[in-house]
Write a protein that binds this ligand. Structure first.
Ligand code: DGL
Length: 268
Protein backbone atom coordinates (compact mmCIF):
# COMPACT_ATOMS: atom_id res chain seq x y z
CA UNK A 1 0.00 0.00 0.00
CA UNK A 2 1.61 3.24 -1.11
CA UNK A 3 1.56 6.19 1.26
CA UNK A 4 1.51 8.63 -1.67
CA UNK A 5 -1.62 7.08 -3.20
CA UNK A 6 -4.95 8.91 -3.03
CA UNK A 7 -7.71 8.35 -0.49
CA UNK A 8 -10.84 7.07 -2.23
CA UNK A 9 -14.16 8.50 -1.08
CA UNK A 10 -17.59 7.57 -2.42
CA UNK A 11 -21.28 8.20 -2.02
CA UNK A 12 -24.41 7.53 -4.05
CA UNK A 13 -23.98 11.05 -5.39
CA UNK A 14 -22.64 14.40 -4.27
CA UNK A 15 -23.64 14.10 -0.58
CA UNK A 16 -20.29 12.68 0.41
CA UNK A 17 -18.71 15.99 -0.55
CA UNK A 18 -19.86 17.16 2.91
CA UNK A 19 -17.35 14.65 4.31
CA UNK A 20 -14.72 15.26 1.62
CA UNK A 21 -14.67 18.95 2.65
CA UNK A 22 -13.78 18.04 6.22
CA UNK A 23 -11.14 15.54 5.08
CA UNK A 24 -9.61 18.23 2.88
CA UNK A 25 -9.46 20.62 5.87
CA UNK A 26 -7.66 18.09 8.07
CA UNK A 27 -5.46 16.56 5.37
CA UNK A 28 -4.42 19.34 2.98
CA UNK A 29 -1.55 17.31 1.54
CA UNK A 30 -3.47 14.19 0.54
CA UNK A 31 -4.75 13.43 -2.93
CA UNK A 32 -8.47 12.70 -2.78
CA UNK A 33 -10.38 10.68 -5.36
CA UNK A 34 -14.14 11.13 -5.09
CA UNK A 35 -16.71 8.97 -6.80
CA UNK A 36 -20.36 9.99 -7.07
CA UNK A 37 -22.33 6.87 -8.00
CA UNK A 38 -24.91 9.07 -9.69
CA UNK A 39 -26.10 6.33 -12.07
CA UNK A 40 -27.40 4.45 -9.02
CA UNK A 41 -28.59 7.39 -6.91
CA UNK A 42 -30.51 7.33 -4.63
CA UNK A 43 -29.37 4.29 -2.64
CA UNK A 44 -31.77 4.83 0.24
CA UNK A 45 -34.96 3.66 -1.45
CA UNK A 46 -33.47 0.44 -2.90
CA UNK A 47 -33.21 -3.05 -1.30
CA UNK A 48 -30.19 -3.67 0.94
CA UNK A 49 -28.99 -6.63 -1.15
CA UNK A 50 -28.89 -4.47 -4.26
CA UNK A 51 -26.92 -1.70 -2.57
CA UNK A 52 -24.53 -4.19 -1.00
CA UNK A 53 -23.72 -5.66 -4.41
CA UNK A 54 -23.41 -2.22 -5.94
CA UNK A 55 -20.99 -0.78 -3.41
CA UNK A 56 -18.68 -3.77 -3.83
CA UNK A 57 -18.44 -2.79 -7.51
CA UNK A 58 -17.86 0.84 -6.59
CA UNK A 59 -15.15 -0.14 -4.11
CA UNK A 60 -13.55 -2.34 -6.79
CA UNK A 61 -13.46 0.67 -9.12
CA UNK A 62 -11.62 2.75 -6.51
CA UNK A 63 -9.24 -0.09 -5.69
CA UNK A 64 -8.53 -0.32 -9.42
CA UNK A 65 -7.43 3.32 -9.32
CA UNK A 66 -4.91 2.37 -6.64
CA UNK A 67 -6.37 4.17 -3.61
CA UNK A 68 -4.72 3.51 -0.24
CA UNK A 69 -7.92 3.75 1.83
CA UNK A 70 -11.65 3.96 1.22
CA UNK A 71 -14.07 6.29 2.97
CA UNK A 72 -17.67 5.19 2.54
CA UNK A 73 -19.10 8.71 2.77
CA UNK A 74 -22.67 7.51 2.84
CA UNK A 75 -24.73 6.32 5.82
CA UNK A 76 -26.91 4.15 3.63
CA UNK A 77 -23.97 2.37 1.99
CA UNK A 78 -22.22 1.96 5.34
CA UNK A 79 -25.31 0.45 6.93
CA UNK A 80 -25.89 -1.80 3.91
CA UNK A 81 -22.39 -3.11 3.31
CA UNK A 82 -19.46 -1.65 5.24
CA UNK A 83 -18.55 -5.09 6.63
CA UNK A 84 -18.68 -6.65 3.18
CA UNK A 85 -16.32 -4.01 1.73
CA UNK A 86 -13.94 -4.62 4.65
CA UNK A 87 -14.09 -8.37 4.09
CA UNK A 88 -13.44 -7.94 0.36
CA UNK A 89 -10.35 -5.75 0.95
CA UNK A 90 -8.77 -6.78 4.25
CA UNK A 91 -5.51 -4.97 3.48
CA UNK A 92 -7.11 -1.59 2.76
CA UNK A 93 -8.47 0.54 5.62
CA UNK A 94 -12.18 1.18 5.09
CA UNK A 95 -13.84 3.98 7.06
CA UNK A 96 -17.61 4.29 7.29
CA UNK A 97 -20.20 6.70 8.64
CA UNK A 98 -23.21 6.19 10.88
CA UNK A 99 -25.90 8.52 12.24
CA UNK A 100 -24.52 10.49 15.21
CA UNK A 101 -26.73 8.95 17.90
CA UNK A 102 -23.86 8.61 20.36
CA UNK A 103 -22.99 12.33 20.36
CA UNK A 104 -26.70 13.19 20.31
CA UNK A 105 -27.18 11.10 23.45
CA UNK A 106 -24.45 13.11 25.14
CA UNK A 107 -25.77 16.47 23.97
CA UNK A 108 -29.53 16.29 24.40
CA UNK A 109 -30.87 18.25 27.36
CA UNK A 110 -34.48 17.09 27.28
CA UNK A 111 -33.85 13.50 26.09
CA UNK A 112 -35.71 13.96 22.78
CA UNK A 113 -33.65 13.22 19.67
CA UNK A 114 -34.80 13.36 16.06
CA UNK A 115 -33.08 11.41 13.27
CA UNK A 116 -33.52 12.30 9.62
CA UNK A 117 -32.12 9.62 7.27
CA UNK A 118 -32.95 7.43 4.30
CA UNK A 119 -35.45 4.58 4.63
CA UNK A 120 -32.71 2.00 4.13
CA UNK A 121 -30.57 3.51 6.90
CA UNK A 122 -33.43 3.55 9.39
CA UNK A 123 -34.40 -0.04 8.58
CA UNK A 124 -30.81 -1.33 8.88
CA UNK A 125 -29.62 -3.68 11.63
CA UNK A 126 -26.69 -1.40 12.36
CA UNK A 127 -29.11 1.44 13.07
CA UNK A 128 -31.17 -0.77 15.43
CA UNK A 129 -27.97 -1.56 17.32
CA UNK A 130 -27.23 2.16 17.64
CA UNK A 131 -30.71 2.79 19.03
CA UNK A 132 -30.25 -0.08 21.50
CA UNK A 133 -26.91 1.35 22.59
CA UNK A 134 -27.76 5.03 22.83
CA UNK A 135 -31.54 5.23 22.83
CA UNK A 136 -32.51 3.26 25.91
CA UNK A 137 -32.89 6.22 28.27
CA UNK A 138 -33.94 8.85 25.72
CA UNK A 139 -36.67 9.13 23.11
CA UNK A 140 -35.50 8.69 19.52
CA UNK A 141 -37.90 9.85 16.80
CA UNK A 142 -36.92 8.77 13.30
CA UNK A 143 -38.07 10.18 9.99
CA UNK A 144 -37.26 8.71 6.59
CA UNK A 145 -36.85 11.60 4.18
CA UNK A 146 -37.22 10.47 0.56
CA UNK A 147 -36.76 13.17 -2.01
CA UNK A 148 -34.18 15.28 -0.18
CA UNK A 149 -31.24 13.47 -1.79
CA UNK A 150 -32.64 14.17 -5.26
CA UNK A 151 -33.07 17.87 -4.45
CA UNK A 152 -29.44 18.17 -3.32
CA UNK A 153 -28.34 16.28 -6.45
CA UNK A 154 -30.19 18.90 -8.48
CA UNK A 155 -28.45 21.70 -6.55
CA UNK A 156 -31.81 22.85 -5.13
CA UNK A 157 -30.52 23.81 -1.70
CA UNK A 158 -32.78 26.76 -1.02
CA UNK A 159 -35.84 26.47 -3.23
CA UNK A 160 -39.48 26.63 -2.04
CA UNK A 161 -39.81 22.97 -3.07
CA UNK A 162 -36.96 22.04 -0.70
CA UNK A 163 -38.45 24.09 2.10
CA UNK A 164 -41.86 22.43 1.71
CA UNK A 165 -40.35 18.94 1.84
CA UNK A 166 -38.16 19.81 4.83
CA UNK A 167 -41.23 21.12 6.68
CA UNK A 168 -43.03 17.87 5.91
CA UNK A 169 -40.25 15.87 7.60
CA UNK A 170 -39.17 18.26 10.34
CA UNK A 171 -42.51 19.56 11.60
CA UNK A 172 -43.56 16.21 13.14
CA UNK A 173 -40.17 15.96 14.88
CA UNK A 174 -40.47 19.50 16.18
CA UNK A 175 -43.96 18.70 17.47
CA UNK A 176 -42.30 16.00 19.60
CA UNK A 177 -40.12 18.83 20.97
CA UNK A 178 -36.78 17.35 19.93
CA UNK A 179 -33.83 19.47 21.05
CA UNK A 180 -31.25 17.53 19.00
CA UNK A 181 -31.47 16.60 15.33
CA UNK A 182 -29.19 13.97 13.81
CA UNK A 183 -28.58 14.37 10.07
CA UNK A 184 -28.20 10.70 9.16
CA UNK A 185 -27.42 11.22 5.49
CA UNK A 186 -24.39 12.96 4.06
CA UNK A 187 -26.51 14.94 1.60
CA UNK A 188 -28.40 16.77 4.35
CA UNK A 189 -25.57 19.02 5.67
CA UNK A 190 -25.93 20.99 2.42
CA UNK A 191 -29.45 21.87 3.61
CA UNK A 192 -28.37 23.07 7.06
CA UNK A 193 -29.16 26.78 6.47
CA UNK A 194 -32.74 25.88 5.62
CA UNK A 195 -32.98 23.23 8.35
CA UNK A 196 -31.69 25.79 10.86
CA UNK A 197 -34.36 28.28 9.75
CA UNK A 198 -37.09 25.71 10.25
CA UNK A 199 -35.82 24.28 13.55
CA UNK A 200 -34.82 27.57 15.14
CA UNK A 201 -31.76 28.27 17.27
CA UNK A 202 -32.58 25.93 20.15
CA UNK A 203 -32.23 22.66 18.27
CA UNK A 204 -28.69 21.23 18.07
CA UNK A 205 -28.04 19.96 14.54
CA UNK A 206 -25.52 17.13 14.29
CA UNK A 207 -23.65 16.20 11.17
CA UNK A 208 -20.86 13.62 11.09
CA UNK A 209 -18.44 15.11 8.54
CA UNK A 210 -15.79 16.25 11.00
CA UNK A 211 -15.94 13.05 13.06
CA UNK A 212 -15.42 10.93 9.94
CA UNK A 213 -12.52 13.13 8.82
CA UNK A 214 -10.88 12.77 12.26
CA UNK A 215 -11.37 9.02 12.12
CA UNK A 216 -9.77 8.99 8.65
CA UNK A 217 -6.70 10.78 10.04
CA UNK A 218 -6.48 8.31 12.95
CA UNK A 219 -6.76 5.29 10.66
CA UNK A 220 -4.13 6.60 8.23
CA UNK A 221 -1.81 7.30 11.17
CA UNK A 222 -2.34 3.83 12.65
CA UNK A 223 -1.58 2.26 9.27
CA UNK A 224 1.39 4.61 8.72
CA UNK A 225 0.11 5.69 5.34
CA UNK A 226 -0.21 9.47 5.75
CA UNK A 227 1.35 11.17 2.75
CA UNK A 228 4.76 12.37 4.00
CA UNK A 229 5.42 14.79 1.11
CA UNK A 230 4.98 18.49 1.91
CA UNK A 231 2.60 19.47 -0.87
CA UNK A 232 -0.89 20.63 -1.69
CA UNK A 233 -3.13 17.66 -2.42
CA UNK A 234 -5.39 17.41 -5.43
CA UNK A 235 -8.96 16.27 -5.86
CA UNK A 236 -10.11 14.09 -8.73
CA UNK A 237 -13.86 13.69 -9.21
CA UNK A 238 -15.60 10.79 -10.93
CA UNK A 239 -19.24 10.00 -11.59
CA UNK A 240 -20.94 6.88 -12.89
CA UNK A 241 -23.63 9.21 -14.28
CA UNK A 242 -23.41 12.06 -16.77
CA UNK A 243 -20.27 14.12 -16.05
CA UNK A 244 -21.78 17.25 -17.59
CA UNK A 245 -24.71 17.21 -15.20
CA UNK A 246 -22.64 16.27 -12.16
CA UNK A 247 -19.96 18.87 -12.99
CA UNK A 248 -22.32 21.70 -12.25
CA UNK A 249 -23.49 20.52 -8.85
CA UNK A 250 -20.01 19.45 -7.74
CA UNK A 251 -18.73 22.94 -8.58
CA UNK A 252 -21.55 24.48 -6.55
CA UNK A 253 -21.08 22.27 -3.50
CA UNK A 254 -17.29 22.33 -3.69
CA UNK A 255 -17.44 26.15 -4.00
CA UNK A 256 -15.33 26.25 -7.16
CA UNK A 257 -16.11 28.13 -10.38
CA UNK A 258 -15.60 24.96 -12.33
CA UNK A 259 -14.43 21.42 -11.75
CA UNK A 260 -13.77 18.57 -14.11
CA UNK A 261 -15.75 15.44 -13.35
CA UNK A 262 -14.58 12.30 -15.12
CA UNK A 263 -16.71 9.38 -16.25
CA UNK A 264 -16.36 6.22 -14.16
CA UNK A 265 -17.10 3.00 -16.03
CA UNK A 266 -18.73 0.73 -13.48
CA UNK A 267 -20.77 -2.19 -14.76
CA UNK A 268 -24.44 -2.16 -13.77
N1 DGL B 1 -25.60 10.35 1.16
C1 DGL B 1 -26.31 9.10 1.32
C2 DGL B 1 -26.40 8.76 2.81
O1 DGL B 1 -25.61 9.26 3.59
C3 DGL B 1 -27.59 9.20 0.56
C4 DGL B 1 -28.22 7.92 0.29
C5 DGL B 1 -29.09 7.85 -0.92
O2 DGL B 1 -28.56 7.87 -2.02
O3 DGL B 1 -30.30 7.65 -0.74
O4 DGL B 1 -27.20 7.97 3.24
Amino acid sequence: MSEIAAIGVFDSGVGGLSILKEIRQLLPGEDLTYLADSAYCPYGTKPVSEIRARILKVAAFLIGLGVKAIVVACNTASIAGLDQVREAYPLIPVIGVEPALKPAHGLTRNGKIGVLATSLTLKGDRFSVLVEQFGADVEVYTKPAPGLVELVEAGKLDTPETETLLHQYLDPLLEKQIDTLVLGCTHYPFLIPMIRNICGPKVTILDTGLAVAKQTVRVLEQNRILNPRPRVGEETFYTSGDPEVVNEVVAKLWSKKSVKVLKAQIEA
